[in-house]
Design a protein around this ligand. Sequence first.
Ligand SMILES: Nc1ncnc2c1ncn2[C@@H]1O[C@H](COP(=O)(O)OP(=O)(O)OP(=O)(O)O)[C@@H](O)[C@H]1O
Ligand SMILES: [Mg+2]
Length: 210
Amino acid sequence: MGLKLISVASEKGGVGKSTTAVTLAAHLSESGKTLLVDADERLHSAWKWTTKKEGYEGWNFDVLKYADFTEKLAGEYEYVVLDTKGGEGKSELTTLAAASKLLIIPCKPDGLSADGLVETLQPLLAGAVTNYRVLLTDVPPAPNSDGLDLRLELDAAEIPLFAHSIRHAVAVSKAAREGVRVRDVKGDRYAKLVWMDYQIVCREVVKYVG
Ligand SMILES: Nc1ncnc2c1ncn2[C@@H]1O[C@H](COP(=O)(O)OP(=O)(O)OP(=O)(O)O)[C@@H](O)[C@H]1O
Ligand SMILES: [Mg+2]
């Protein structure tokens, strides 16, 4: 069984990479032994989020900073999720895709992102890289149609997309602050819903990586 390395990266910062890496690792750990690797040496958001709360037993995966990660260690896991720093260059995305089974590129529909994103993805398209998918994150609720508009635009540009999107939910930042899984944020029903969004995306990921 080859290493199932799932990388989360984007040229743009603040698009939901760490949220996706942490929450996806939490879901993947239900299917197999999972390691989360935090390669953002500047912020270490994923590492901080998942090591913050003392005595919390919600995390079923291991977490490492990239400096402590070795290929030998990776062999002990079914899934390895790699969170990267913001602002990956275009060639870095291609390199990451080559090293990964699947490259996830989160994107927030802020009304401007489609053109920039299509441009960012050009090297992947030109290099005939196919093992990546864009994940729409932080999608505002109806009647706002930014998420839908972006999905249609990216689909028209033949950009591979996850079929399911991640909704906007303030529970996400609360979860990171509290150091818990988003489903464990109390008193906010959107916490469960956004957790379920990631669960659906996780099924797509598992289907993809086998
Ligand atoms: N679905 C969501 N709903 C609401 N807020 C969200 C959602 N996803 C992410 N956010 C918020 O957006 C901000 C950026 O998210 P996150 O840190 O996951 O992005 P990032 O791409 O890892 O950023 P960076 O490039 O700085 O590493 C955070 O404040 C996070 O709580
Ligand atoms: Mg991050």
